[in-house]
Write a protein that binds this ligand. Structure first.
Ligand code: HEC
Length: 108
């Protein structure tokens, strides 16, 4: 019985730790960006934006314009020299501006 209680308390603590209820709106927004990033990008880019990934380069401080142009159109914005030439291996993503802003916030 004691064990059951212990597990229940641990599960509750874990849940609270995972929950985003106590975050500021900005932290929540970043957390959304992080989720999108983890779900869609880290197969190629590193989960640590400061490091190169298995296929794609480091993404720390990528601007909204760069993210939008690369994700939506598969290109670099005019005048931006990419870290790598476009290889065609990165897919396009139909994200909203809001979603792209959240990824930008996470990569800041
Ligand atoms: C299938 C592998 C793959 C996935 C998945 C992927 N990328 Fe990439 N990404 C690349 C590669 C490779 C490059 C290097 C340029 C090229 O080949 O297009 C790149 C380049 C970039 C660049 C340009 C960086 C710079 O400054 O030159 C950005 C920004 C970027 N990726 C963002 C993302 C984001 C955000 C996601 C997830 C939503 C993502 N990528 C998912 C492979 C990938």
């Amino acid at each position: 019985m004691k064990n059951v209680l212990f597990i229940a308390v641990m599960a509750l603590l874990f849940h609270c730790k995972q929950s985003t209820e106590n975050l500021t709106p900005e932290e929540k927004f970043k957390a959304e960006g992080r989720s999108l990033f983890v779900a869609n990008c880290i197969a190629c880019h590193s989960a640590n934006p400061d490091q190169d990934g298995s296929v794609g380069p480091s993404l720390r401080a990528s601007s909204f314009d760069l993210l939008k142009e690369k994700l939506i159109n598969g290109k670099y914005p005019d005048g931006y020299k990419g870290k790598r030439p476009i290889s065609g291996s990165m897919p396009k993503f139909a994200f909203t501006d809001e979603q792209i802003r959240s990824i930008e916030a996470f990569l800041k």
